[in-house]
Each structure stands twice: as C-alpha cells, then as structure tokens.
Design a protein around this ligand. Structure first.
Ligand SMILES: [Zn+2]
Length: 257
C-alpha cells in the first residue's frame, strides 16, 4: 500500500538538513512513497529544495503564500520562474487568500493570488490553494482564473455544500489530519460524500496532527492515520482507498512512475 502526502512543510518540521532527509525516509518506511514539499516563501523554497536534493521521491511546489503578501521579496516573479525550471517542481503553491489572519489587506492578497494563477497557467502547472475564511472570494476568482491544469483546495476546511461548488470547477479536495477530529462534522460529511476521483490526502505537517497523535508535531509518517479514518468513515478497505488517492495524486501532478 502506497500513500502520497500532497502537502508537507518539511522545512517547518525541522530546520536541520539531515533531519529533513530523515523525515522523508521515515515517511517512506511508513508507506508514504511521495511527498510534495511546500514552503510559504521563495527563500525557504530554495533552501529546502537544496536540502532535499538527494530525496528524489520528494516533489516540490513553489509559490508565495498569502502570509507573505507584504514581503514577497525582490524579483519574486523571476524567482518563481527560476524555481519552476528545476527538476521535480510540479505545482505552484501554496497560494490563495487568508482573511482569518488579515495578512496585508484583501486587495493585495487578491492581486498576489491572481498573478500566481496566471503564472501557473503560463507554465502549465496545477495550483495548491490555501483558503481560510475566504471561500467566497476564492471560488469567484477561480471561476475566472483557474489554470488549465486545475487545482487543489488543500487542508479542506469548508462544508459539503461548498465542496460541491468546488467540484463543479473540477477542483481536487485534499484532507489533512483535522478530518480525524471528533467535532469536525462538516469535514466528515464532505469526506463521506466526495467522489473518490477528486479526493487527496495530505499531512499539512507540522500542523493538523491526526487525533491519535495529539500533542505531537505532525510529520508525513503520520499520514496513514488520516487514510485509516477516511476508509473507516466510507466503510471501504483502506488498500482500495489508498490506491485511488495515489492514482489521483500522480494524475494531478502529472507524475509518471
Ligand atoms: Zn500549508
């Protein structure tokens, strides 16, 4: 059984390059065959990319997250282009809108989001989307600007009603450890109703640790707990669920094995 962690902040789990490699090896031993490494800013992207250069089972996403809207860095567009040209860079993200923490202001977040959606389209990449309390604006923008290759609503936090609107745009929905939380009824309903061919899972480590590891810092090797929970919820063999999710992951990132 092979799993694919579509979203891990390896650089935030540990700063040390050796520890970062160990995290990716340990994930593989736990059945997590591939990981998408995510960074919130471009400086961290290039550092982590270099640290993980020998971890060829790890793929990378590049982008400026809404948390960095006030500090995208000099020449950020040129740097994204430079990153995109590297091996195993398979997505643009995470990008999106975060109205919960009020980074910068709405207009500057929207502007940064749209310019990166346009870049993804230009460079033929899918996008990994962060949405926190900005669902309406995220969907409105994606209706106009979703790149050809599509996108993933990562660390899904909305309800089933919202998911149906996202599915009309052919988005993928990725569940993190918070789906395992007992009171997350909207997530349970969505994970139960979702068509399997649009579903992904992710660790979102070091955040969103699955409930059975409560109190620990999340790591990609804990991803099986999220798979188990969803398989149980849908009353299906976890091997079948894992196989479908793995297939979806290869497809969205256009990875050939
Ligand atoms: Zn993230």
């Amino acid at each position: 059984m092979k799993l694919f962690d579509t979203h891990a902040h390896i650089g935030l789990i540990h700063e040390d390059p050796i520890e970062q490699l160990i995290i990716t090896q340990e994930a593989r031993q736990a059945g997590v065959e591939h990981i998408i490494s995510i960074c919130n800013n471009l400086h961290d992207f290039f550092v982590v990319y270099e640290n993980l250069s020998t971890a060829t089972h790890v793929y990378h996403s590049i982008g400026v997250s809404p948390s960095e809207v006030s500090y995208p860095g000099k020449d950020w567009e040129r740097k994204i282009e430079e990153g995109i040209s590297l091996d195993r860079v398979v997505a643009l993200g995470e990008i999106g809108l975060d109205y919960y923490r009020k980074f910068g202001n709405k207009d500057s977040q929207i502007e940064l989001f749209i310019s990166q959606l346009e870049m993804a389209d230009k460079f033929n990449l899918p996008v990994i989307i962060h949405n926190r309390e900005a669902g309406g604006d995220v969907l409105d923008i994606l209706k106009e600007k979703l790149p050809e290759r599509g996108g993933i609503l990562h660390c899904y936090s909305e309800n089933w009603d919202f998911a149906q609107k996202a599915l009309e745009l052919n988005l993928y929905i990725s569940f993190a450890g918070n789906v395992t939380y007992r009171n997350a009824r909207n997530l349970h309903e969505t994970a139960l109703q979702m068509p399997l061919d649009r579903m992904l899972i992710e660790s979102e480590s070091p955040f969103m640790v699955p409930s059975e590891y409560r109190g620990k810092r999340n790591r990609p090797s804990y991803l099986p707990a999220t798979l188990d929970f969803i398989a149980e919820l849908r009353q299906m063999p976890k091997e079948d669920l894992a196989e479908q999710l793995y297939k979806n992951s290869l497809k969205v990132f256009d990875i050939n094995e």
